[in-house]
Write a protein that binds this ligand. Structure first.
Ligand SMILES: Cc1cc2nc3c(=O)[nH]c(=O)nc-3n(C[C@H](O)[C@H](O)[C@H](O)COP(=O)(O)OP(=O)(O)OC[C@H]3O[C@@H](n4cnc5c(N)ncnc54)[C@H](O)[C@@H]3O)c2cc1C
Length: 375
């Protein structure tokens, strides 16, 4: 089968892969995106915070993204039913938009810039020469010879495996997460509310669009087993103990269908080797309570695109640039991952949670005093 040459092969057509492909194609690079699925991924995050919106704005995409999404500027937090704080987001707030819609917008822009997408295509083998990736062989036999490779292939990244990067995956086992999509009610539409309880539960309710809402429930493993596996119908009773202000939510939560989401943190020992780099969930994962994974990924894609462009096809120079400008991102990510751990580990304890809450990381750039108001 024929071998295709390109400047950059991006493995994975999620937010990170599509956005990087767009930035590189706009700078005249020939980019091939290899995606194992039949199209861009359908499930993922809903919240894009101000730092991510600023990245999109720099590339003329923020208005496009905002057109269909919902803008919010406040999240109200409760503990054991009492309001404890409000987190306010300045300058237009944050965006709620289902992941697929956001990625689709970027994907549509990629198509206009001539990015090649190879769907239903999975990487079978990656041939290397020393630290340099030479060739990718796909499961259907096609071959790709790229100048650089980016593994934007999610938490089980094959590119990460081939690079031999050390990794530490830590599942958040003390908090089982469930999600349901339900009809929107007036109470959920009014305000994003995040409830915690000293019994180790959380519930987060927010609108998704004009018709639907998303509800996350986090609970201890023993309660999850009892309610979701043994089928003991006390979910509503448990939620009513601490979900106090979302009065009409119980009308829609009863018949909801709850899916389990496995959540882990990921810390890795390096973000690149030679002419290959990791991006997005292939490089790091933090607890979703930070709401920042996509924002950091978009910023990382900008840095990667700058490195690839500046290297202009010189692989030794690319290696050096990635070392100097991209590896340094690991410190920012580790700070965010540690922060997510702190949030996930303290929310049952009101004082400890408030002490670990960092408006600067939640919002980016805002001082605690400016961002937090008493509820
Ligand atoms: C429950 C949860 C909630 C979250 N909520 C938020 C939030 O509200 N806000 C926020 O900013 N972040 C959030 N995040 C983080 C956010 O989802 C990630 O930062 C973001 O999805 C990273 O995008 P990505 O492109 O790296 O990965 P992905 O979207 O996972 O894309 C990876 C792509 O690679 C493809 N792929 C995998 N292996 C191969 C292969 N071998 N060959 C070809 N293709 C392959 C996959 O099919 C997929 O399309 C959340 C995460 C979780 C787990």
């Amino acid at each position: 089968m024929a071998t295709t040459s390109c400047d950059v092969a991006v493995v994975g057509a999620g937010l990170g892969g599509c956005f990087l492909a767009l930035l590189l194609a706009r700078r005249g690079r020939h980019v091939v995106v290899i995606e194992q699925g039949p199209s861009i991924p359908s499930a993922g995050a809903d919240f894009l915070k101000p730092p991510g919106l600023r990245v999109l704005a720099r590339h003329g995409l923020a208005d496009l993204a905002g057109r269909h999404g919902i803008r919010r500027d406040t999240i109200r937090y409760y503990h054991d039913g009492d309001p404890i704080q409000e987190c306010r987001f300045p300058d237009g707030g944050f965006l709620i938009q289902p992941y697929r819609e956001l990625v689709e917008l970027i994907y549509a822009s990629c198509a206009m810039e001539g990015v090649e997408f190879w769907f239903d295509a999975s990487v079978d083998d990656i041939a290397t020469d020393g630290d340099l990736v030479q060739e990718l062989t796909l499961t259907d036999g096609r071959r790709l010879r790229p100048g650089a490779v980016v593994g934007a292939d999610g938490s089980r990244s094959v590119v990460r495996e081939v690079l031999g990067v050390d990794q530490v995956v830590t599942p958040y086992e003390r908090l089982i997460m469930r999600v349901a999509t339900v009809p929107l009610t007036a109470g959920i539409a009014e305000l994003n509310r995040l409830y915690f309880s000293s019994e180790g539960w959380l519930a987060y309710l927010y609108p998704l669009d004009r018709d639907e809402a998303r509800v996350f429930v986090g609970l201890p493993p023993e309660d999850d087993r009892m309610i979701f596996e043994d089928g003991i119908p006390i979910l509503m009773d448990q939620l009513k103990k601490f979900v106090t202000d979302s009065f009409d939510a119980f009308d829609v939560l009863g018949p909801a269908s709850w899916q389990r989401i496995k959540v882990s943190s990921l810390r890795v020992g390096a973000y690149h080797r030679g002419n290959a780099a990791l991006l997005g969930s292939a490089a790091f994962a933090c607890h979703p309570m930070t709401g920042m994974g996509m924002s950091y990924t978009l910023r990382d894609a900008e840095i990667l695109a700058d490195c690839v462009t500046a290297a202009a096809g010189d692989q030794a120079l690319l290696d050096r640039l990635l070392h100097l400008r991209y590896e340094t991102r690991r410190a920012d990510h580790l700070e965010l991952i540690d922060y997510g751990d702190a949030l996930a580990g303290t929310f049952h304890d009101r004082a400890a949670y408030l002490a670990s809450f960092r408006p600067d990381l939640h919002i980016h750039g805002e001082s605690r005093a400016a961002a937090l108001q008493p509820a």
